[in-house]
Design a protein around this ligand. Structure first.
Ligand code: DAT
Ligand code: MG
Length: 140
């Protein structure tokens, strides 16, 4: 598997509890490198656009409200098999199902307030990176 880039968000529940560094350490310990990073407070339009794929889901309104409730840290992670590796380090969507040692097992509060986002495929990774970063903001 080649070197890939993936997109990550440290979500409001985690920034609010001052867990940014602990979460970044999990990425780095797994061999993922932070090649772009910024702290932002998403607008409603940004959050709705980012999660547009979920707009028909019953939890969409709640998801958008949560994502704009506090600042987030958006990042590009780079490494061998980065997309799958990041999903592994994150753990299952619902922290109750997440494996020991994963970010969501250790830090997530609920299925909604689950501390991190990570791209799920090469196509979404490319789209999501572009949604938040200009090429020159990514320094490998
Ligand atoms: P993931 O973030 O693991 O890729 P997803 O893409 O299925 O999960 O859903 C996106 C986010 O939406 C998820 O991180 C939290 C929220 N979400 C998903 N299912 C939910 C549910 N049943 N109730 C509340 N929020 C949910
Ligand atoms: Mg997803």
């Amino acid at each position: 598997m080649a070197i890939q880039r993936t997109f990550s968000i440290i979500k409001p529940d985690a920034t609010k509890r001052n867990l940014t560094g602990k979460i970044i350490a999990k990425f780095e310990d797994a061999g993922l490198r932070i090649v772009a990073s910024k702290r932002i407070h998403m607008t409603r339009e940004q959050a709705e656009g980012f999660y547009a794929v979920h707009k028909e889901r019953p939890f969409f309104g709640e998801l958008v409200d949560f994502m704009i409730s506090e600042p987030v840290v958006v990042q590009v992670l780079e490494g061998e098999d980065a997309i799958a590796k990041n999903r592994e380090v994150m753990g299952a969507t619902n922290p109750a199902d997440a494996a020991p040692g994963t970010i969501r097992k250790e830090f997530a509060l609920s299925i909604g307030e689950n501390s991190v986002h990570g791209s799920d495929a090469p196509e979404t990774a490319a789209e999501e990176i572009k949604y938040f970063f200009k090429d020159e903001e990514i320094v490998g």
